[in-house]
Design a protein around this ligand. Structure first.
Ligand code: SF4
Length: 215
């Protein structure tokens, strides 16, 4: 019993340091969204998220305890077999210390991309940061300052106002995308198309992987 408790605490310490991460799934596919859409990439999905978007399509990621703490060396060894481009997603990956994982990926010559709500402290070494801000838990200014793309999800008309508020807070080189929330796409695509034509600093992003029926 005592030994079990010791092992559990050691694992928790490793997770705390970012040397182990609650891995939900990892898979090789095509990045469907945003600037890098169409690019083959290896996805690493980390469990744990407390942002609570009601339309979230990966709710099973929320409880980190359901996903086994996994040593980063094994995650990196798998990733390197598949692709030069690695997308770390979640869940909310910035709930964890991303420095050890990204340092190991960089040491193997891989490109590190992250998909984040930006709601937590920025950790890790990133070649590409996709910030997808959420009203429930706003992004930190540290993430806004360095994000390469802002991907605002549009579920209803009010989300366009939120998107503009967030666009005013990101750096001037950040590429701006409006993306329909999948379950209401038929309703919001016309809104987005009209908005982008009137406000061409924005671009349309679609979840093309869902049209392609791939993960
Ligand atoms: S931030 Fe992402 S993972 Fe978390 S609830 Fe929202 S959509 Fe889901």
């Amino acid at each position: 019993m005592y030994l079990c408790q010791m092992l559990k605490e050691e694992v928790l310490q490793e997770v705390e340091k970012g040397c182990m991460l609650p891995l939900m799934e990892e898979f090789y596919t095509i990045q469907g969204e945003g600037f890098h859409k169409g690019t083959a990439a290896y996805f690493i999905r980390i469990g744990g998220c407390d942002v609570g978007c009601h339309w979230c399509d990966v709710k099973e990621s929320w409880n980190a305890d359901l996903h086994p703490p996994t040593v980063i060396a094994s995650i990196v060894d798998n990733a390197v077999k598949y692709s030069d481009t690695i997308v770390v997603t979640g869940g909310e990956p910035l709930m964890w210390n991303m420095f050890p994982l990204t340092k190991s990926l960089k040491e193997r010559g891989l490109q590190t991309h992250i998909e984040t709500s930006g709601a937590y402290e920025l950790t890790g070494v990133w070649d590409w940061i996709c910030l997808s801000p959420k009203k429930n838990k706003l992004p930190t200014s540290a993430v806004q300052a360095v994000a390469h793309e802002l991907k605002a999800i549009v579920y209803n008309k009010h989300d366009l106002i939120f998107a503009e508020e967030q666009a005013a807070l990101v750096n001037e080189d950040c590429i701006l995308y409006l993306q329909p929330e999948w379950s209401v796409r038929d309703k919001v695509v016309p809104l987005i198309v009209d908005y982008v034509m009137k406000n061409p600093k924005w671009k349309v992003s679609l979840q093309t992987h869902k049209y392609l029926n791939i993960p």
